[in-house]
Design a protein around this ligand. Structure first.
Ligand code: SF4
Length: 194
């Protein structure tokens, strides 16, 4: 008889859940890969350095605004989105909501919350700081608070976030923030001249 290999991760509970069989409450039916948590948690631990880096990165993108404008924001959207998805996917387990709030959430992406809460945790955080829906996953909002405590502008976590605009999904936050910053800068300089 062929040897039955033990199934690791979510495969066994997911199959059980799909069959309608009893699944113990301590087992997540949609457990994410633990290595994603590892990198995600690393990003939270290094939130201050990432905040510093992002400020410079955003300035560079703004500096390149004439180039983006010349090429056409619409035309560069696709390649920039590709890079953004992969870089932020690796570092933050980014879900490409298109309206990034990492700078206000201690570098912990709130879209990893199974309830996609953008303004703090639900009431179900476990005593060990993990999620009630995915018991193996550290609550993204517990992490967000920890990350924000390391950041220079960590108080931004108190800012109330708007509901997610679903029409911006899979678009580049980097480009949108750049276009908005360039517009605000141009308006300011026009007002100053008037
Ligand atoms: S907040 Fe949105 S854009 Fe930012 S990392 Fe999370 S899913 Fe990605």
């Amino acid at each position: 008889m062929a040897e039955v290999k033990p199934i690791k991760g979510n495969a066994a509970p997911a199959a059980k859940a799909a069959s309608g069989a009893y699944t113990p409450s301590s087992v997540s039916p949609n457990r994410r890969a633990r290595r994603s948590y590892t990198i995600r948690l690393w990003s939270v631990r290094h939130s201050r350095a990432l905040e510093w880096f992002y400020a410079r990165f955003a300035n560079t993108f703004l500096f390149l605004h004439p180039l983006w404008k010349k090429l056409g924001y619409a035309r560069v959207e696709r390649p920039v989105t590709f890079v953004e998805r992969n870089v932020k996917g690796l570092l933050f387990d980014c879900r490409m909501c298109g309206q990034c709030v990492l700078s206000s959430t201690g570098m912990s992406c709130p879209m990893n919350c199974p309830k996609q809460l953008r303004n703090g945790p639900c009431g179900g955080v476990r005593a060990n700081g993990n999620c009630e829906v995915e018991p193996d996953m550290p609550c993204v909002w517990v992490q967000a608070w920890a990350g924000s405590r390391n950041m220079v502008h960590g108080e931004a976590i108190m800012k109330v976030q708007k509901p997610v605009n679903q029409s911006l999904r899979e678009t580049s936050s980097w480009l949108r923030v750049t276009a908005e910053a360039a517009e605000a800068r141009d308006t300011l300089s026009k007002d100053a001249k008037a």
